[in-house]
Write a protein that binds this ligand. Structure first.
Ligand code: ADP
Length: 233
């Protein structure tokens, strides 16, 4: 296995790229947020809860959460073919599962909550950035939720366990081990995917690193939400 010596910009192996977060970026939505980590930028907009049509799709016990993840065609150096793909369908599905755990959807029977995530710039970690932005947008929309959800990718690049892989690291030596993780601010894991190979002790180390990083992201999410309401006054 090749040793991985140095990260771009002298970033430490347990250091995330620079983070920026803002709430209320889309005026026409009921809730919205932007989350940037390095060169990856996700925008999330929430519509709802609103009555679901056609009515036979309604559930009298709960609201239905619909998530839609999309990468803009201009988000990557080579134009990405617009429209849904197997990848976007899969990411939309796991995003919904990662978020629904914290939402009290039973409060909104017969309705739908739509979450739209658009990746406007992609340099790895887009599903994680999308989940983190969507969680802030749901809070901003005033949807009842027990906790926030934050998400980060960890993994193994060469011989090192690292947090927040960029695209070059994901592609290191024909492909690093990439582990997107999402966690609630209560410490529960709501997403854990694994692409590649890793030993059990290394995986435990990576999850511990994800946990510490998610705690840091939660602080940034909370600050963005607080700042929005401070400015409102
Ligand atoms: P994630 O973005 O959650 O890490 P992937 O591992 O599937 O999900 O994708 C890794 C990265 O590969 C993306 O963040 C993006 O930079 C790049 N990528 C994904 N799909 C495309 C595409 N169709 N064209 C160009 N680059 C892409």
């Amino acid at each position: 296995m090749k040793t991985y010596e140095k990260r771009k910009g002298n970033r430490k192996f347990d250091e995330m790229r620079e983070i920026r977060a803002e709430v209320g970026v889309i005026k026409s939505a009921d809730g919205s947020a932007m989350f940037q980590i390095g060169d990856t930028i996700a925008i999330a907009a929430v519509r709802g809860p609103r009555e679901l049509h056609p009515r036979f799709l309604q559930n009298p016990q709960t609201a239905i959460l619909r998530c839609n993840y999309d990468m803009a065609s201009f988000s990557v150096p080579e134009r990405k073919r617009p429209g849904p793909s197997r990848r976007s369908v899969e990411i939309s599905l796991v995003t919904g599962k990662a978020l629904s755990q914290v939402l009290d959807l039973a409060q909104y029977p017969n309705t739908v909550v739509d979450v739209f995530i658009v990746i406007v710039q992609a340099n790895a970690g887009t599903r994680c950035a999308g989940i983190t932005a969507a969680s802030m947008a749901l809070a901003h929309a005033g949807i009842s939720m027990k906790n926030l959800v934050s998400s980060i990718s960890v993994g193994k690049v060469g011989d090192k366990i690292v947090v927040d892989l960029d695209k070059d690291e994901e592609d290191f030596e024909g492909g690093a081990t990439d582990i997107p993780v999402a966690m609630t601010s209560g410490g529960d894991i709501t997403l854990l995917q694994l692409d590649g190979e890793i030993t059990k002790p290394e995986l435990m180390k990576a999850i511990e690193l994800a946990k510490k990083s998610c705690e840091k992201i939660t602080e940034v999410q909370k600050k963005a939400l607080k700042d929005f309401y401070k400015e409102e006054k």
